[in-house]
Structures are given as C-alpha cells and as structure tokens.
Design a binder for this molecule. Structure first.
Ligand code: P6P
Length: 288
C-alpha cells in the first residue's frame, strides 16, 4: 500500500484550492449548529463535504471524523484494509470560519490516527493544517519533522523542510473574554504581556502560525464560566500540540501535554496552550 500518510496529506493539499474558492458566496450562516453548538456557515458545511468525499475515497482511510459532524463516518469495519494500514482522520474543515465575515485568516486542521476516535494523542501518526492567508500554505508534522509548503494548484512546494520553533519568543495571544479569565491566569498574562507582543487574530491556525514563525505562546484557557475552555481536544488540541511539540515546543492543558490526554467524548473541549517550553513551564507552575 502506498504511503498512507502521503495519500492523506496530498489529498488535503489537492482539495485546498476548492475549499478556498468555495469561501466566496458562502459567508452566511446555515440554519444548523455543529455538535459543539457553534453556528455553521455554509462554508463550514461545504468544506466538510469536500474533505469527507476526498478522504474516504482513499483506500486506507476507514474513518472520517469532523468538528461539523456528531460522529465519525466511514467503513471503520474489519474490511479489506489490513489493520496496520487503517487510518482514522479527524478534521476541523474550517477552523476560524467566523473570520470569513471580516475577511481574515482561517484554515483546515487535520490529524491522522491509527485507531478509531476518540483516542489519545499517542495514536497520532501525522497532523497538519492548511492556512488560507494571503497565500495558501500547509504545515505537516510526521515522524519527528515539521515541513512547510506553499500550495500551488493543489500541489505542495516545500519551503521549509525542517520547521522549528524560534528559540527567542516574540508573540503571544490568548482567547476568551478577560473578565472570564481566572485570577491565576490573569497574573500569568500580566507577566507575558510585559515581555512579548500581542498577536491574536481569532483563528487558532493563524495565531499558532504566528507562534511557529516568531516564537511565543498561544492559548485558549479554561474560563470562570467555561472551565473546560472552548477548543476541542481531538480536532484542535491533539493536532496543534503534535505540530508544535514536533517543532521543538511544548503543549499543555494547564497541567500536562495535550498529547497525553484521552477524551471520553469525540467533541470534548480542553484548555489549550502551545508554544516555547519556557512559557509553558511557567504557565503550569502558575496555574493551581
Ligand atoms: P473567540 C474559532 O472559532 C476558534 O475555534 C479558534 O480557531 C479560535 O482560536 C477561537 O475559536 C476564537 O475564539 O472566543 O476569540 O472568538
């Protein structure tokens, strides 16, 4: 069987131009909400359908789970695919789609597991994201290395074959309303904001790409009125932690690496922090 990870990555790269082209004219909210209760844009549903169709057409992909769907779909059976070659993909089709209205960045986030979801981060074989910015780029983490490519007409052109987090951190960005931040987290942010520059764009992939480019920390903390935070462990926490840790950084839910967490439910939320290890260590030391 061809390299199953390459097949997934190349498939997502090939559909990225269609996802991007489909954003225009799909900026209105559909009637429904996703399983997390977020309102769904027509673009969310369009991207999800495109990605599901392309990925389930791959021989090795036997499960497709999406932030836009209540449960995974696909054969997921003991079908013809040898057990070792079965791949289960988790996708956030348009992370940050609320930025569409303001014409700001958003992206497609994916994680490739070797067992059905929900499962823990140790089952991750690869992860990555497509960033729909001024240009379309793709970051992929697999086998200990992070690569960055430019996507041109659906094919990848590598621009960094070994992307690593800058040792000197520069930027930070934290989500949630400030009055809802816990006191210990607010104290931590007071230190960070005296040391780094604020970069927060409302789409995790864009904000994390700032951290991957300039060094620093991104997070969406547990809040007073929402202690579990906003971001989903399977669809956002695991893949972004895998990317940043593979690039030489660290991740945390405030206590431990996000990759060590096993969700009970597919759409389970988690506090999420990724960035330079020194800032993650200081955060964990601060949060009681
Ligand atoms: P807020 C986008 O909706 C998202 O899921 C992440 O991409 C982003 O980091 C976060 O939520 C933004 O949340 O509360 O700042 O709008």
């Amino acid at each position: 069987m061809t390299d199953t990870i390459d097949a997934v990555v190349d498939s997502i790269a090939s559909v990225a131009p269609d996802v991007r082209a489909g954003l225009t004219g799909r900026r209105t909210y559909d009637a429904g909400a996703n399983p997390s209760g977020d309102r769904q844009l027509e673009a969310d549903i369009y991207a999800d359908e495109l990605l599901k169709e392309r990925l389930l057409a791959l021989e090795s992909v036997v499960g497709y789970a999406s932030e836009e769907r209540g449960s995974a779909v696909g054969p997921e059976s003991d079908g013809p695919v040898p057990e070792d070659d079965r791949r289960y993909v988790a996708v956030d089709p348009l992370d940050g789609s609320s930025n569409l209205k303001s014409n700001n960045t958003m992206g497609t986030l994916f994680a490739v597991y070797d067992e059905p979801l929900p499962t823990d981060g140790s089952a991750l074989l690869a992860s990555g994201f497509v960033l729909y910015g001024p240009i379309t780029t793709m970051v992929v983490a697999r086998e200990g290395t992070v690569t960055e490519s430019v996507i041109e007409e659906g094919t990848r052109r590598t621009v960094d074959a070994d992307l690593t987090l800058p040792e000197e951190p520069t930027v930070y960005g934290f989500g949630g309303r400030v009055p809802q931040w816990r006191e210990d987290f607010s104290e931590y942010v007071s230190e960070v904001e005296s040391e780094l520059k604020l970069r927060y764009g409302g789409a995790m992939i864009g904000d994390v790409n700032q951290v991957l480019t300039y060094g620093g920390i991104f997070g969406y903390p547990g809040l007073r009125d929402r202690p579990e935070g906003k971001l989903r462990l399977c669809f956002e926490g695991h893949p972004i932690a895998h990317i940043v840790e593979t690039a030489g950084g660290a991740s945390s839910n405030g206590e431990q690496s996000l990759l060590s967490l096993t969700p009970d439910r597919l759409h389970e939320r988690t506090p999420l922090f990724v960035g330079n290890e020194a800032y993650i260590d200081r955060l964990e030391a601060t949060l009681e």
